[in-house]
Design a protein around this ligand. Structure first.
Ligand code: MG
Ligand code: ZN
Length: 226
């Protein structure tokens, strides 16, 4: 019975997500679903990213949060369009929530090149819910420990890219970046792993380059040339 209910929920979610993906693709928008634990540095990574890329492309952000607007307030300070989704305690975003957020006129979807959806901080169920994104990326910080990829394999399997954040703190922890890379690539052969530090800026250029390439490919696919 419970399995059946869960299948129905995921089936309805996937139908909405599929329609969203078509809508976003037609508008030439590359959409990234950004995942990770609370405190991994998802919002810090966005702040770094927007400071550089918002001068090169049109970006919008959807912020998922349990109750507050703290992250959306941080994003709004960068001048990028941001819409907040409060899940009222719900531990993940789903496609109908994103569909509703996209009706907000601040997002102006036909004029956007890159849409980043910061999911609720959680390594478990956000991995199961398609929200209409092109790809998922997960932020793992060195302070979380080396055991996380093997303990939460689905999120690493689903994510095209793992950002290993806070590498400046690695010397003060037992975290082994090479071992984490190996575990992630065992779970997800071909996945890209980018160690970086939002605090010092080390490695962030590789992340920007990855995003630029994604956005460019999407725009060319949609025949956008502006
Ligand atoms: Mg955040
Ligand atoms: Zn959940």
């Amino acid at each position: 019975m419970e399995v059946k209910v869960m299948q129905d929920i995921l089936g309805q979610n996937d139908a909405v997500a599929g329609a969203l993906r078509q809508h976003l693709a037609a508008a030439g928008v590359y959409t990234l679903n950004l995942l990770g634990s609370p405190g991994a540095g998802k919002t810090s990574l966005l702040e770094r990213t927007l400071a550089v890329l918002s001068g090169e492309m049109r970006i919008a952000v959807i912020e998922g949060d349990l109750f507050t607007t703290k992250d959306a307030d941080r994003i709004a300070k960068t001048g990028v369009s941001v819409v907040q989704i409060n899940t009222s305690g719900g531990c993940h975003l789903d496609a109908p929530m994103v569909e509703k957020a996209l009706t907000d006129e601040r997002l102006k979807i036909p004029g956007i090149d890159l849409l980043i959806i910061e999911n609720v901080g959680n390594l478990v169920c956000p991995a199961e819910f398609d929200v209409g994104e092109d790809e998922k990326a997960v932020v793992l910080s060195v302070t979380e420990g080396n055991d996380k990829p093997m303990k939460y394999p689905l999120i690493f399997k689903e994510s095209a890219l793992t950002v290993i954040n806070k590498v400046d703190l690695a010397p003060y922890t037992d975290f082994d970046v090479a071992a984490a890379r190996e575990d992630i690539q065992t779970i997800h052969p071909g996945a890209l792993v980018l160690p970086l530090s939002c605090r010092t800026g080390e490695g962030v250029e590789d992340w920007f380059a990855w995003l630029r390439a994604r956005v460019k490919a999407k725009r060319e696919g949609a025949g956008k040339d502006d």
